[in-house]
Structure formats: C-alpha cells, structure tokens
Design a protein around this ligand. Sequence first.
Ligand SMILES: CC(C)(COP(=O)(O)OP(=O)(O)OC[C@H]1O[C@@H](n2cnc3c(N)ncnc32)[C@H](O)[C@@H]1OP(=O)(O)O)[C@@H](O)C(=O)NCCC(=O)NCCS
Length: 155
Amino acid sequence: MDLSFRDAVWEDAEFLLSLRNDPSVWPHCIQARPVGRREHLEWFKDVLQRDDVKIFILLQDRVSIGQVRYDFKQDGVYVSISLCVDHQGQGFGVQALKLTGQKIFSLPNVMVLKALIKENNKGSLRCFENAGFCCVDRERNGNEYFMIMELRKAS
Ligand SMILES: CC(C)(COP(=O)(O)OP(=O)(O)OC[C@H]1O[C@@H](n2cnc3c(N)ncnc32)[C@H](O)[C@@H]1OP(=O)(O)O)[C@@H](O)C(=O)NCCC(=O)NCCS
C-alpha cells in the first residue's frame, strides 16, 4: 500500500466536488447534503487563500483517492476525511490520518487534533480509534448525535 499526500491545488476542484457529492460520503458530512458546483468552487477558492484550513489530497501510485482536511480553530485542529468509494474499507483511512496528522503536529502550537463524527458512522469512528483518537464527549446537533474524538500530541 503506497499512500502519499500533497497540498490541494485549484486543479483538484472537480475531484473534490465529485468526492464530496458521492453517495457514500455526503450523508456522513455535518452538512449532510450534496453541494452545488458554484457553491463548491466559491468555497474552495476561498479555502485556498486561507491559512486556517489545510486540505491534503491522498494519492496511491500518484492517483487521487481521497482527501483530509484540517480546520484550525481556537480549541484545536478539526480533522475530516473522505476516501473514494473504491478505496474505502482497505485501511487507507487509518494510514492517511497518521501520515497527515504527523505533518500537522509538526506545526507550531498544534497540541490536539479533534474530529466530530456522527454516532452512526461506525467505520469512521473505528478508523479514528485505530489512528489513536479517543472519544471524549457526545454532542447533540438537531436530531443527530456526534462523538467528539481527540488525539493529543505525544509529549
Ligand atoms: C471513514 C473512512 C475515512 C474510513 O477509512 P477506511 O480506509 O475506509 O477505513 P479502514 O479500512 O481504515 O477501516 C477502519 C476500521 O473500521 C472498520 N469498519 C469499517 N466499516 C465499518 C462499519 N460499517 N461498522 C463497523 N466497523 C467498520 C474496519 O473493519 C476497520 O477496523 P479494524 O481494522 O479494527 O477491523 C472512509 O470509509 C470514508 O471515506 N468513508 C466515507 C466518508 C466518511 O464517512 N468520512 C468520515 C466523516 S467523519
């Protein structure tokens, strides 16, 4: 399994849109709906100019197979991840969280990674646990419950 990653660039816009709107992905997003092309392109253009969001493209043999996003917030850096459907369930998720997490922890002042995961997303919860995250809380948002997962920087 030869997994690597690189920073997202503007040319990844269409790949990220089709990944975001894949039926195996969008129901697990916090905003659980497909997004329109124009909305996505505006969002992505903005993201590429910001320094509080970082998107990595996951590559296997130089082919894009998914993405990991890190949102830098006051209380920690929030992680979200999605893989193309034909690359799910093969261990890439755990590896991707470990690889990209090392990079984020190497940045100054990053002490904790966090993830908000829907309680019914058992595969994702397991993936984050296997990457070293622990569940620290459970939060309600409308009709849904989210698990708050955390990984602290090794001292
Ligand atoms: C969530 C996701 C990133 C996980 O990555 P992955 O590479 O598919 O997962 P892995 O192959 O690393 O498997 C992780 C673990 O979950 C388990 N698992 C997978 N699906 C499961 C399910 N439906 N129920 C319970 N466990 C499940 C696997 O058996 C594995 O555990 P194990 O190694 O201890 O046996 C990926 O499936 C994905 O992109 N899903 C769609 C988008 C999504 O849900 N993103 C997360 C939003 S928070």
